[in-house]
Design a protein around this ligand. Structure first.
Ligand SMILES: [Cu+2]
Length: 398
């Protein structure tokens, strides 16, 4: 703190000293009867030379930074569309660097070349339609090319997945990911937020719809609602005391649960055993295993706030929005071990991250991703990394 104050005082004092020196310079010029803007030709030429020196240092450091840190970006793209995105980026870099070097070279070389000289008179050149045309059309055409190429890639990214794409759900919540594989039928069992529960006897964190999950949810809702009515009743009879806020909260919550219950009762009539069949082969995992050269259609959902599924090495990202299903296509082209060889990093691992600040543990919201062969995928499944979604008996007596 003290150090900061001293530095600040020094800066202010230096600024005052510079201002005073300039004042002295102005006064001496006045005494010697010279106009302020009369500058020595020698000083002028020195300044012109410094323009060239600056240009050399400027370009030199830019090239040095590029050589030194240019490879500090993500490693080579590991998915089919990732390659397209990198190609787009490279085109843009080429254009940006070409314009950067050309315009800056012209700026500083002209400043040097056309520095003041007493024998030279400036050429009066107020306007030229042809020039205006060139510097309007060329950037417009370049931008059009960039946008058209970008749109073509964007259409590919957001377009329909191929018919043999494997459907996997990525379920986001504060602060973790769950993958749900769609199983043999390649169809995800239906889901509904009203069935989301961590009820100990039949947890259903993804809200998967099955007839038994509906029964369990009704049982849980009945228990909770009955318990709350018992408390409200006890309060009314002065057997129990709650703070005013707690009492109001309890009463509004019980109303909300009643409304949810009504809708779950309707669901019970809507869904039959055929719904169960779709969900029966779904299984979840806390690690994402993908097969090389297999296209995946990810269905993204969120339980609470907006998250964003981001696979940096696949160059793929899409938001997970509560109440909506968003989609993302990925086709990995290298296995984890191939990627380890390519990057020369034996510790390399693919990763899924949340790329939308979603709360205090946002930075921990990651899931490890493994890419392997079809045989390795079967071995991974058999090693107990997955859980069937529907594994609980329907409550007895109902
Ligand atoms: Cu998040």
């Amino acid at each position: 703190m003290e150090m900061k104050l001293i530095v600040l005082v020094v800066i202010v004092l230096v600024a005052i000293a510079v201002a005073q020196l300039m004042r002295v310079y102005e006064l001496t010029a006045k005494i010697r009867n010279r106009r302020e803007e009369d500058i020595d030709l020698r000083v002028n030429n020195l300044n012109a030379g410094m323009m060239i020196l600056f240009l050399a240092v400027f370009f030199g450091t830019a090239v040095y930074m590029l050589a030194k840190y240019g490879n500090g970006m993500l490693p080579e793209a590991a998915s089919e569309l990732g390659r397209d995105i990198d190609w787009l980026f490279n085109i843009n870099w080429i254009i940006v660097f070409a314009v950067f070097f050309a315009t800056n070279a012209i700026l500083f070389i002209f400043a040097y070349k056309y520095a003041y000289h007493p024998d030279r008179k400036a050429y009066f050149f107020p306007h030229d339609n042809r020039l205006e045309m060139i510097w309007t059309v060329v950037p417009a055409a370049t931008l059009a090319v960039i946008i058209i190429l970008g749109l073509m890639t964007w259409n590919k990214i957001t377009g329909k997945a191929s018919d043999d794409a494997v459907v996997v759900e990525l379920y986001a919540e504060q602060f973790s990911w769950t993958a749900r594989y769609s199983g043999e039928d390649n169809k995800l069992g239906y889901s509904d937020y009203k069935l989301v529960t961590t009820f100990a006897e039949n947890p259903n964190p993804l809200g998967v719809i099955t007839t038994s999950n509906i029964e369990w949810r009704l049982k849980e809702l009945d228990l909770t609602i009955d318990g709350m009515y018992a408390d409200i009743d006890a309060e009314d009879k002065n057997q129990k005391a709650f703070s005013k806020a707690a009492s109001e909260k309890m009463r509004s919550k019980v109303e909300k649960l009643e409304r949810i219950r009504e809708r779950v009762v309707i669901m019970k009539e809507m869904y039959t055993d055929s719904t169960d069949l779709i969900a029966a082969d779904d299984y979840t995992a806390k690690e994402l295993f993908l097969i090389k050269d297999q296209e995946y259609q990810f269905i993204l959902r969120s339980r609470d706030v907006i998250h964003s599924a981001y696979f940096p090495h696949f160059r793929a990202q899409m938001n997970c929005v509560p109440g909506q299903r968003t989609k993302l296509k990925v086709k990995p082209i290298y296995t984890t071990s191939e990627m380890r060889e390519r990057t020369g990093n034996p510790e390399f691992n693919f990763i899924l991250m949340c790329n939308k600040i979603c709360g205090e543990s946002h930075s921990n919201m990651k899931m490890s991703v493994v890419v392997g062969t079809a045989e390795e995928f079967i071995a991974w499944k058999e090693a107990g990394n997955t859980n069937l979604v529907v594994a609980h008996e329907v409550p007895a007596g109902e």
